[in-house]
Design a protein around this ligand. Structure first.
Ligand code: ZN
Length: 281
């Protein structure tokens, strides 16, 4: 088994401080959170920037500021910026985080309908044409996609990108499980086995799962030889009824479990080697 690459998804596009006051929203809070998850053992950090009001923004200046601050402080964690953004953004807007030149960026493989608190649904459309557009932008900029797959049917789009030569080996595929949205898969052992079975050759996979599913599904991924993503984007709780105190609390638990399972943790430079990143940060 390869060393374990831990991604920390520290903020997300939906969660607010009202849900968990420890979600880092402002750039300074995100910078501190990045340093903490890095020290705790995360090799990758996945970021959604927020504006002064705490709402999702793809303003490249905010991403630039976060990037330059963490590098100035000697942190070599792999930066992965979202292109999923937040609710209501246009496709052009979602891509703007790439202007800040992260090493990696998320790339969604299909459409999902998110339930909103008012009973409506927000459709995150990602047609094949748009997926090709996003993948081409990333390829041209030398940014490695973290390919977000929510059900096995989305592997069709992954194969399409491979056939078109738009993604490079090893393909890094994030299985997102237990989302409350339409077109997403329940978090279960059986479903993870189905997803793993559908992987193209030369793929690496990682698992993230929402809420209470985060702990069992990421542990299962470690046993399966996969990578993991934890953090407050996917899960606000440390235990039943107990909000997580921080992102690094969740990373530290992951490191403890991996250590017990004798799965060594990849440093950012080891993760760059595993993922085939150039190392130019
Ligand atoms: Zn995200």
């Amino acid at each position: 088994m390869k060393k374990l690459i831990i991604s920390a998804a520290i903020t997300g596009g939906l969660g607010r401080k009202a849900d968990n006051p420890n979600i880092p929203e402002q750039p300074e809070e995100q910078i501190e959170a990045i340093l903490e998850v890095w020290k705790a053992g995360a090799a990758i950090v996945h970021i959604h920037a927020r504006d002064a009001e705490g709402k999702s923004t793809q303003d490249p200046k905010i991403y630039e500021r976060i990037k330059s601050s963490v590098r100035q402080r000697g942190c070599d964690i792999i930066l992965n910026f979202t292109t999923g953004g937040g609710i209501g953004m246009t496709l052009e807007e979602k891509l703007r985080s790439l202007e800040a030149s992260p090493e990696m960026a998320s790339l969604n493989m299909g459409m999902m309908n998110y339930p909103l608190p008012n009973g409506d649904y927000y459709l995150a459309a990602h047609s094949p044409k748009e997926i090709i557009w996003y993948a081409t932008e990333m390829k041209n900029k030398g940014i490695k996609p973290e390919i977000e797959v929510y059900n096995p049917v989305m592997m069709k789009e992954v194969r399409m990108l491979i056939e078109k030569g738009l993604i490079d080996k090893p393909y890094f595929i994030q299985f997102v499980m237990g989302m409350p949205a339409q077109n997403t898969m329940e978090a279960s052992i059986k479903n993870l086995a189905i997803l793993v079975d559908e992987l193209p050759h030369d793929s690496l996979f990682s698992v993230c799962a929402v809420g209470r599913h985060q702990l069992p599904m990421t542990t299962l991924s470690m046993l399966y030889g996969g990578m993991v993503r934890v953090g407050l984007e996917d899960n606000l709780y440390y235990a039943k009824g107990e909000l997580a105190a921080s992102n690094h609390q969740l990373v530290a638990r992951t490191v403890r479990i991996a250590t017990e399972l004798q799965r060594p943790i990849a440093t950012p430079s080891e993760a760059r080697e595993i993922l085939g990143l150039s190392g130019a940060i």
